[in-house]
Ligand binder design. Structure first.
Ligand code: SF4
Length: 325
């Protein structure tokens, strides 16, 4: 079996057919324990470990973790450092909807965990709202093949909405329910950080919707502590463009679940309208998103008023509610 050094691990390579129909290259990690050697966040290639020592027990073969491009790692690394998102010993739970953004975020953090100057762990949780036409179930087989700690929570949110929705839109109710279930899973499983996949395009769209329809200068925060105080929420992709996650998802053949939730994606949304508006403007002004990022920086940092526990950045209009990435 050929072996190589990969991210500080001694690995061998196997090839086998996976039930998804894709022939995968599998990484068989030989038992080692890596000690981080310091260095930057995502701006360089693998840092060699200071030392390795044997682990007791056998590490079973896993699929090769998809390699996220350096262009994404570099931008995410800068955001992580700018907003002090990841700290020594963090246990990070990625909110995995199955969209291209949350899948990219999962592999980004798994990549960074091999290279980062601090030690942290990464798992994932998917909330299945049991909405007809939206089936994230196949993520279970996919992630099992990589050995990612993974939690799949199925909850009849559509049924609950009929009884408890109140004045919310269904999507706002669903987003709030999903966020609460993510928090509960994190607490039960001992995670202290929730990672969400919103990117720069999402933040820009939320910013415009809030200004246009809510009369407020708001967007999603890059990093904050929830009201209850026990969990932090981070968004490492806040400097990354949507087209970068789309390109990576296609290149890595990620099992993206299309934005097919009939509750939110069957008809054009206000977010889609803002997306089109921004695209037209960017054609004329290529630095548009760089400028928007600068303009939004204080809003991404602002502590007051805090984001609500349902993740909504714009309480007065609810326009920032929706899919978890
Ligand atoms: S799009 Fe809206 S309704 Fe559909 S799963 Fe996401 S949050 Fe729920």
């Amino acid at each position: 079996m050929p072996t190589e050094r990969h991210g500080g691990e001694l690995v061998g390579t196997l090839r086998f057919a996976h039930p998804t129909g894709v022939n995968w290259r599998a990484r068989c990690a030989l038992p080692t324990l890596r000690l981080f050697s310091g260095g930057g966040w995502g701006d360089s290639d693998d840092h060699p470990p200071v030392a390795t020592q044997p682990l007791s027990g056998y590490v079973p073969p896993t699929m090769n973790t998809p390699e996220v491009p350096k262009s994404i790692r570099r931008l995410a690394g800068r955001a992580i450092a700018d907003f002090d998102m990841i700290r020594e010993g963090d246990r990070i739970l990625v909110g995995l909807s199955g969209g291209k953004d949350s899948l990219t975020l999962l592999w980004l953090l798994r990549n960074l965990a091999r290279r980062a100057p601090v030690r942290f762990e990464v798992g994932a949780v998917t909330i299945d709202p049991r909405i007809e036409g939206f089936d994230p179930g196949r993520l279970r087989d996919y992630l099992a093949a990589f050995g990612v700690p993974y939690f799949f929570v199925s909850e009849p949110i559509a049924e609950l909405a009929e009884r408890h929705m109140g004045k919310d839109s269904f999507c706002a109710f669903c987003a709030r329910m999903k966020r609460g279930l993510i928090y509960r899973t994190a607490r039960e499983q001992g995670y202290n950080v929730i990672a969400l996949g919103q990117h720069l395009d999402d933040l820009a769209e939320s910013f415009l919707m809030s200004a246009f329809h809510g009369g407020q200068l708001r967007t999603m925060k890059a990093h904050y502590r929830i009201d209850a105080g026990d969990l932090r929420v981070i968004r490492p992709l806040v400097y990354v463009r949507e087209r970068q996650t789309r390109d990576f998802a296609a290149a890595a053949e990620l099992p993206v679940i299309p934005d097919s939730c009939p509750a939110c994606f069957a008809k054009p949304t206000e977010r889609e309208h803002m997306k089109a508006l921004l695209a037209r403007e960017e054609d004329l002004h290529p630095r548009l998103f760089r400028n928007l990022r600068t303009a939004m920086d204080p809003l991404m940092r602002a502590d007051d008023p805090p984001e609500r526990e349902d993740g909504r950045a714009v309480p007065s209009s609810g326009v920032a509610a929706g899919h978890e990435g």
